[in-house]
Design a protein. Structure first.
Length: 390
């Protein structure tokens, strides 16, 4: 097979780039290891920054998002027994975020690929990039039991944290930065009315909690748990009890509870791989960087990669200009690190750290007191939460 751009990974990053390139007449193939059903059963975060929402519209995939998604102009931080609101709209110069499940967004991207006759292969085994440092790179894989070779101009590694692309960069070239946090998030999805129309991030002496939602009839809640906990350790009842304990009493009292329809534990990790380019292979999204979910940056960090890559590819194919491709890694990493900083900051400010000494705890409390006493500090939080410019 032959194509212009061979994309490894059919998550939001790979699909979004495929869709944008196809709309401009740039031929591409997406290789996805899992079935579509598997990809669409993964429950992921649900807050999109406005820049990503714009990208969805540009990719002609924004219709359902605009119909069913909710615009949020603010969120709450519960701390020291009170609830303070961060006014995103006021402090970010009129911006907001879109609450729309990443699973739904991925479904919309797949449907758009189908509509346009995009080439997306599932159940792809043993994908492997080759000759990235030459002008004739290619990808090999197994499709329906047959060995296939795909010759291309460029390879995109959009195959997530556990993908093969990053691992194909020689270890003397790749630099990895990582922080693993000493806890995870236990999350449940339930068909109940969300306790608050806006998100509540709660800092509590028993640990962090988050009240989020997918719609006004579908709630998503999380609590911080030790890494040693297993999903089986947590009955629905135990989850609801613990969640309520970590919220202001009046919020807990009006919490509607019900059976969980999904329950899982995710560890929290910060990770960046540099550079994001190796010859003719470019990394994008979770393949190159991971953030803890506290700042809702996961997909949004991927969005800027896709935006830069897309424009760099357009410049290459339509104008014969390779500056964008040459600058991609530096430019993408500059924004990636800002999203890392923000996600780290939110995580440090709101969680209970097992090794914190009394001094650290005091500083943590003062961080939030300062935040809500300073319009400038809230401005900094707001501009990061709605998304720094691409
Ligand atoms: N070959 C083909 N596909 C692969 C391979 C492989 N060797 N390894 C992984 N994949 C696929 C995965 O099955 C997955 O569907 O690549 C896809 C990567 O998708 P994601 O992990 O969703 O990563 P990305 O598309 O970058 O999405 C950005 O935003 O909210 C965050 O972390 C969240 O995943 C989300 C991310
Ligand atoms: C979610 O809805 O799953 C969600 C929202 C905000 C976050 C993390 C997760 O910061």
């Amino acid at each position: 097979m032959k194509t212009q751009v061979c994309i490894i990974g059919g998550g939001p990053s790979g699909l979004m780039l495929a869709q944008l390139l196809h709309l401009k007449g740039i031929d591409n193939i997406v290789l996805e290891r899992q079935t579509r059903e598997y990809v669409l059963a993964r429950i992921r975060a649900g807050v999109l920054e406005h820049g990503f929402a714009d990208l969805m519209r540009e990719a002609q995939c924004g219709e359902r998002m605009d119909r069913e998604g909710e615009i949020h102009d603010g969120f709450y931080i519960a701390h020291a027994g009170k609830m303070d609101r961060v006014d995103l709209h006021k402090y970010s110069g009129g911006n907001s975020v879109m609450v729309y499940g990443q699973t739904e967004l991925t479904r919309d991207l797949y449907e758009a690929r189908d509509r346009m006759g995009g080439k997306v292969y599932h159940n792809v085994e043993d994908a492997q990039p080759h000759d990235m440092k030459t002008d004739t790179p290619y990808v090999t894989c197994t499709l329906d039991g047959e060995k296939v070779r795909i010759d291309c101009d460029y390879i995109i590694g959009a195959d997530g944290f556990h993908g093969v692309s990053r691992k194909s960069i020689p270890s003397d070239v790749l630099r990895e930065y990582e922080r693993v946090y000493p806890f995870g998030w236990l999350g449940i999805l339930s068909r109940t009315k969300p306790v608050s129309p806006e998100l509540i991030y709660a800092k509590h002496e028993r640990g962090f909690a988050l009240c989020s939602l997918r719609s006004q009839v579908l709630s998503r809640y999380y609590i911080q748990v030790p890494l040693t906990d297993k999903v089986e350790d947590w009955s629905d009842e135990a989850f609801w009890d613990e969640l309520k304990r970590r919220l202001p009493a009046e919020v807990g009292a009006r919490m509607e509870t019900g059976p969980s329809i999904e329950k899982s534990i995710a560890p929290l990790r910060s990770f960046v791989a540099e550079p994001m380019r190796y010859g003719r292979m470019f990394l994008a999204g979770d393949a190159a960087h991971i953030v803890p979910p506290t700042g809702a940056r996961g997909l949004n960090s991927a969005a800027s990669d896709i935006y830069y890559l897309y424009h760099a590819m357009l410049d290459h194919y339509l104008n014969g200009d390779d500056t964008g491709l040459d600058n991609y890694s530096d430019k993408a990493l500059a924004r990636v690190w800002k999203a890392q900083r923000f996600s780290w900051w939110m995580t440090m400010a709101l969680h209970k750290f097992p090794d914190n000494i009394a001094y650290d705890q005091k500083l943590q409390e003062i961080e939030l007191e300062y935040l809500f006493s300073s319009e400038r500090a809230q401005g900094s939080l707001a501009e990061n939460y709605v998304g720094l410019p691409f």
